[in-house]
Design a protein around this ligand. Structure first.
Ligand SMILES: [Zn+2]
Length: 59
């Protein structure tokens, strides 16, 4: 199983561990920068996909 990259909320360092080695704080999995943009257009993307599938007779 692939390890997730975690980020310390205190020092912003990236680690594969669930706790920061330096601050001993629990690390978080940072969201990709594009996440919010993708989410914003997710609805539109799904709709256009659906239309595409309909045109191809797959939906
Ligand atoms: Zn830290």
């Amino acid at each position: 199983m692939a390890e997730h990259i975690h980020q310390c909320p205190a020092c912003k360092k990236y680690t594969l561990k669930t706790a920061c080695a330096e601050c001993k704080r629990a690390t978080l999995i940072p969201r990709p920068i594009s996440f919010s943009i993708e989410d914003k257009y997710g609805q539109y993307r799904r709709e256009s996909k659906k239309k595409e599938w309909k045109e191809k007779g797959l939906y």
